[in-house]
Design a protein around this ligand. Structure first.
Ligand SMILES: [Zn+2]
Length: 372
């Protein structure tokens, strides 16, 4: 059974970036709630002073299975229909900032550990205090285990995630007084053509460069994606601009990684520019590699979720980046949780379906009882 009272108490703590006291309060609440449930709990601050909570089972043995959660939240911002830090339940949903992302999973994991007396694995729940800002990355890299279950995730079995790459395109023109446009070469007009071409490349990529992994939404299989996300040009209202900058965000997938995407996009844009008599230069910055964690653990976990939900489960990879990337190089990773796209995570009026929290709790319970 989901501990609604604990979830409400956690959600009422505004553990936003910069509010270190609230993050400490959240970590301490997790520790004391775990101890009340008969678990072993430890409050740990990392080298940067970020508070984390580590929960172990007194009777854990065998394979160490880490369940990753986080107790920080993104800022609530304005425009909510209610106070984001006064949680309430309505129509099977619990509302408030962090109700879904990711305090629901903390409650599900603690509930599961408390309800199994004699687990066949050694479960450890690690709740980090600065997931949303990326500051917990170093701490996450120190976590050891035989397998990790990232509970900061959607209600599907995910075994990987897209990578990302940024390409900066500089378009070169010739500056002139705008009264004499014939003397210049307007970089904005060149960039407009290139932007249109980038949109076309995006469609081509989604049709052509498709991985073999299922997508949690919209696509059948996750394809390579690219979008122009920033544009900058112009120095004054009466000057024909001699340069423009376009930023292209690329989401890569296994089989079509950053190297492939860079070569294909660069070649395509250079030859398009050349054919139109335009001058461009390109630079890239790789942010994250796509990753995949296949194997018996993934099938086993999918079977557990299928048993709990009564629905057959496929293996997916996420469209955005996930924390699994910090573990995939040293242990098997699987991701599952209660974060549905309609839950407004990172938006206003965030909520979680209590049934989804219950499902996560039962999945974790089954992992403890049956192993993975
Ligand atoms: Zn999250």
């Amino acid at each position: 059974m989901v501990d609604i009272d604990l979830l409400k108490r956690l959600v009422s703590i505004p553990s936003e970036p910069g509010n270190i006291e609230a993050k400490r309060e959240a970590a301490r609440l997790i520790v004391s709630a775990a101890e009340e449930k008969g678990l072993n709990a430890e409050y740990v601050e990392d080298s940067a002073g970020i508070p984390n909570a580590i929960i172990k089972h007194p009777n854990g043995r065998g394979r160490r299975v880490v369940f990753l959660v986080h107790h920080d939240v993104v800022p609530a911002g304005d425009g909510w229909d209610f106070d984001p830090y006064k949680p309430f339940v309505k129509d099977g949903k619990l509302f408030g900032r962090g109700s879904a992302d990711d305090k629901s999973s903390i409650v599900a994991a603690l509930g599961a550990l408390a309800s199994v007396d004699d687990p066949v694995v050694d479960p450890v729940v690690v709740s980090v205090g600065a997931e949303e800002t990326g500051e917990s990355e170093e701490f996450m890299r120190q976590i050891r285990g035989d397998i990790i279950v990232v509970l900061d995730s959607g209600p599907y079995v995910s075994v990987g995630a897209s990578g990302s790459l940024r390409i900066k395109i500089k378009v070169h023109g010739k500056q002139a007084h705008s009264g004499y446009p014939f003397l210049g070469k307007n970089a904005i007009y060149c960039a407009a053509k290139i932007l249109h071409f980038i949109e076309h490349l995006g469609h081509v990529a989604e049709r052509t460069f498709v991985s073999r992994y299922r997508a949690p939404e919209h696509y059948d299989r996750v394809p390579l994606r690219l979008s122009a996300t920033m544009f900058r040009s112009g120095i004054a209202g009466n000057v024909i601009p001699d340069s423009a900058e376009i930023l292209v965000d690329v989401r890569t997938v296994p089989g079509y990684d950053g190297e492939f995407a860079w070569e294909w996009i660069r070649e395509s844009i250079l030859s398009f520019a050349e054919s139109g008599g335009m001058c461009v230069s390109l630079e890239r910055e790789t942010l994250m590699r796509p990753w995949i964690s296949e194997g018996e653990h993934a099938k086993r976990f999918a079977d557990i979720v299928a048993d709990v939900t009564g629905k057959p489960q496929d293996l997916y990879i996420d469209l955005g980046g996930t924390d699994g990337v910090h573990f995939a190089d040293r242990m098997p990773v699987v991701q599952f949780g209660p974060l549905r796209s309609e839950c407004n995570i990172h938006g206003k009026n965030e909520f979680v379906y209590i049934d989804d929290v219950e499902t996560v709790e039962r999945v974790v319970e089954t992992v403890l009882r049956e192993g993975i």
